[in-house]
Design a protein around this ligand. Sequence first.
Ligand code: FES
Length: 161
Amino acid sequence: MMLDESTPECDACPLDRRGFLGQAFFAILAASGMSSVTATAALALEGSEATYSIPARDGVEIDKKGEVILVRDKGVVYAFALSCPHQKQSLRWKEAQGRFECPKHRSKYQPNGSFIAGRATRAMDRHPIRREGDIVRVDLTLKVRRDEEPERWESEQVRVG
Ligand code: FES
């Protein structure tokens, strides 16, 4: 059946055309193993701690309010500070390149936060993270720097898959 602009909305249909296309897009991403970037919000934001649902698949979630980037990459979940370690610009996920990039001076980072190139001189800062059932708890008061605490930086991750 051809669907054109004159096709009336169906009250019985659970999705309009935009919703259907959106779901189809994410289904294709999931099937291809590609990651996606979505906006997210903490389930709870209690003072120094934010809780998030464990992402169901690999991808990038950005919580602007909490200033946290939640990444699931190859079954491992990380919580990063949203700001670039160079001059605090908000980092962005570059879907086509599969990496983070700073819009200010173009520093580049791997999905696990490792530094690739640019003016920044260290990896993305990680927040302490721990799993509790189907959620992860993220300590917002602390940013672990790889150049200062490399072993702790490596350990701030949760394997979920
Ligand atoms: S602020 Fe990000 S590289 Fe300078």
